[in-house]
Design a protein around this ligand. Structure first.
Ligand SMILES: Cc1cc2nc3c(=O)[nH]c(=O)nc-3n(C[C@H](O)[C@H](O)[C@H](O)COP(=O)(O)OP(=O)(O)OC[C@H]3O[C@@H](n4cnc5c(N)ncnc54)[C@H](O)[C@@H]3O)c2cc1C
Length: 267
């Protein structure tokens, strides 16, 4: 990269990583069912039911570490024993002390990470220590996990097949391809397809990414959630824009657009 612009600017992705960041995750294996009632209370599901338990991550919004957890279909691993329950934890703020464990996540061992989670799950303090010791919690330090998300400009990531390249390609989430979104396995697979098809002149298209940016329903839905679930009239806008919204809403009255705005809770 130091010698040729076509290699991008890798330093953008490994320098200046913010301190308030996700760097720690942990896998907790319980060998008894003491935790089950607490999970059922929050996630309204029996974790041993054989279907996905948390349906995506559950975020503990009051947690100083902004802890989240995800429980996949159990058993998640072939070698997992029937009495085992496996929970995946992570925290998005690595530079703040916990609410129960007064340490930052990187300062904690596995038992302490588990204790903090048990505290947020509502386990009485008198039982937290024993439950955390009975479980096996393996922490993972991933200093560059969010580097895919570092602010970047065009050219910071090399093109999958650089313009002059005949036999060299870049694959994975740090290579530049059109439209796709990082932090996915699909991204890496598409770049590999693009590399092979381009360099070997294979007449095949890379599967399209879902075109959400051109679907007004998706945009409305995203707008609602990105604005903290506010309606259009509740947005903190400058006066001229407020007036535009007001006029716009009058114009769409009785139309399909109004129906969509209602459906996506924007009005
Ligand atoms: C905690 C976590 C959760 C995620 N969740 C999801 C999810 O739910 N859905 C999703 O789609 N994506 C998810 N991702 C992202 C996804 O896992 C990655 O984008 C994907 O695995 C990248 O694949 P890859 O083959 O490009 O790179 P990698 O899987 O990173 O493979 C690169 C390989 O290169 C090896 N390597 C590095 N340097 C060298 C070297 N010098 N010589 C030889 N080998 C080397 C590494 O050891 C590694 O095996 C998640 C990632 C993490 C970390």
């Amino acid at each position: 990269a130091a010698q040729d612009e076509d290699f991008g600017h890798p330093e953008k992705f490994c320098e200046n990583i913010p301190a308030a960041n996700w760097v720690i995750s942990a896998t907790v294996t319980f060998t008894n069912d003491d935790i089950v009632p607490y999970i059922e209370k929050v996630n309204k599901k029996d974790p041993h039911s054989g279907s996905i338990v948390t349906s995506g991550p559950t975020t503990i919004k009051d947690s100083n570490w902004l802890l989240g957890y995800s429980i996949s279909r159990q058993p998640q691993f072939h070698k997992q024993k029937p009495n085992e329950l496996i929970v995946w934890l992570y925290g998005l703020y690595s530079n703040t002390k916990g609410n129960y464990v007064k340490k930052t996540m990187p300062e904690c061992d596995g038992i302490e990470l588990c204790e903090e989670w048990l505290y947020h799950m509502g386990v009485p303090e008198s039982e937290i220590k024993k439950m955390a010791i009975d479980a096996t919690t393996i922490p993972n330090h991933m200093p560059y996990i969010t580097s895919y998300f570092m602010p970047r400009a065009l050219g910071d990531r090399p093109k999958v097949v650089p313009d002059k390249s005949k036999n060299l390609a870049f694959i994975g989430n740090f290579a530049e391809t059109e439209r796709d979104t990082v932090f996915t396995t699909e991204y890496s697979v598409r770049t590999a397809m693009e590399a092979v098809y381009t360099l070997l002149n294979v007449d095949r298209g890379v599967p399209e990414v879902f075109a959400s940016a051109f679907d007004v329903r998706m945009l409305m839905n995203a707008m609602y959630y990105l604005n903290d679930r506010k309606k259009l009239t509740e947005l903190d806008l400058p006066l001229p824009e407020k007036l535009i919204v007001k006029e716009g809403l009058k114009k769409v009255k009785g139309t399909y657009v109004e129906e969509l705005l209602k459906k996506y809770k924007l009005i």
